[in-house]
Design a protein around this ligand. Structure first.
Ligand code: ZN
Ligand code: ZN
Length: 357
């Protein structure tokens, strides 16, 4: 039985499955790519053949255009097994954003699973993570420090609604990433009984339409720019993180600036961004979820990528799991995997034309 390190390797383009002849989430254009999810650091334009979930392909087409999303696009159903080269390949949900998948690969009796980005708490906008037993589990490590224990999303949404009730004359503007976090916040607000229209910055509108086209119901959404001056008191407005503290937000009614991110667990981060109401809502597994997942998949070996590799490898070793840092560079440029201060620099344009700005 060949160990996965003999057939799954880190190349400059990304993680390469040699006997299958494909890359997973390649960083540069390649002949054959499997894409875990549509965040721009994982789904890059310009590949020839792209295999992904139907939802991921729909998001990719909406963001980059049909031709740049892959010359040949192949959607694969959940759990549907394909043979590519000498490798059996299938996708299972990762619970991160709409369409997000883990890639499972089997070659001559050994099995590796690449998690992509994932979380374990229920998310009304995507299918839940499904653990797959394997010999090597490749995990993300965005929040892999014991200090990162996320509160429940319902708790954080209740804090937001309490604040709205407390300040009926102010507008609550909540920073959130365009793909995933925005739609999840809307769905969580609906679950909590908020049935008023939710107002959107222009950069968030297109992705909400894609979610709705995929069957995720978001209720009444309105463009914030269409609101009459002074009419948004007591309302909730969602905007990209780069817009909440700039002049775009200043035209709102005495705004309460909020931001939904796992990084809001760190108080200085919230303060340095001028966030009055930090909401700890993350689309990435926290420390406990990461460790529980390692135990659940039962892999004797774990490869750790984008994030704080060392702490997780240390914690895994204490339980007899062999760890290895993959040191893949180039991930964490779109969603909250990136530290907010860097995100701020990237979002220098006040009203970005695309969600990738
Ligand atoms: Zn992601
Ligand atoms: Zn990522």
């Amino acid at each position: 039985m060949p160990h996965p390190e003999t057939w799954l390797k880190v190349l400059p383009q990304g993680l390469h499955c040699e006997p299958g002849g494909f890359f997973i989430d390649p960083l540069r254009p390649v002949a054959r790519a499997i894409v875990t999810h549509a965040h721009s650091d994982h789904a890059r334009p310009g590949h020839d053949a792209v295999l992904a979930s139907a939802e991921t392909l729909a998001v990719m087409r909406a963001r980059m255009g049909d031709d740049r999303a892959g010359t040949v696009q192949q959607a694969i159903g959940w759990g549907e097994k394909l043979t590519i080269g000498d490798v059996r390949v299938w996708l299972q949900p990762a619970g991160h954003v709409l369409g997000s998948a883990q890639v499972a690969m089997e070659y001559r009796g050994s099995r590796a699973v690449v998690s992509g980005d994932y979380k374990r708490v229920p998310d009304p906008t995507c299918l839940p993570f499904e653990p797959i037993g394997c010999d090597v589990f490749v995990t993300e490590a965005t929040f892999a420090l014991p200090v990162f224990v996320h509160p429940t999303p319902a708790h954080e949404i209740a804090r937001l609604l309490d604040s709205v009730a407390l300040f009926p004359d102010r507008t609550h503007v909540v920073g959130c990433y365009a793909l995933g976090k925005c739609q999840r916040l809307i769905a969580l607000l609906r679950q909590a009984g908020w049935d008023r229209p939710i107002w959107l910055h222009g950069a968030l509108v297109a992705m909400c339409h894609v979610y709705e086209a995929c069957g995720v119901r978001l209720g009444e959404l309105r463009p914030a720019t269409a609101a009459a001056k002074g009419s948004l008191a007591g309302e909730i407005v969602l905007a990209p993180p780069g817009a909440i503290a700039d002049r775009w937000a200043r035209r709102l009614e005495d705004p309460v600036v909020s931001l939904a991110s796992g990084w809001m667990r760190v108080r200085q981060r919230a303060r340095s961004r001028g966030v009055e109401l930090p909401l700890v809502i993350s689309d990435h597994a926290d420390w406990n979820e990461l460790n529980a997942t390692l135990d659940e998949v039962g892999a004797p070996e774990v490869w750790v990528t984008h994030g704080r590799e060392e702490a997780l490898i240390h914690a895994a070793a204490a339980r007899g799991i062999r760890g290895r840092a993959l040191r893949l560079v180039g991930y964490g440029e779109e969603d909250e995997a990136e530290d907010p201060p860097a995100a701020e620099a990237a979002a220098a344009a006040p009203e970005p034309k695309t969600e990738d700005a």
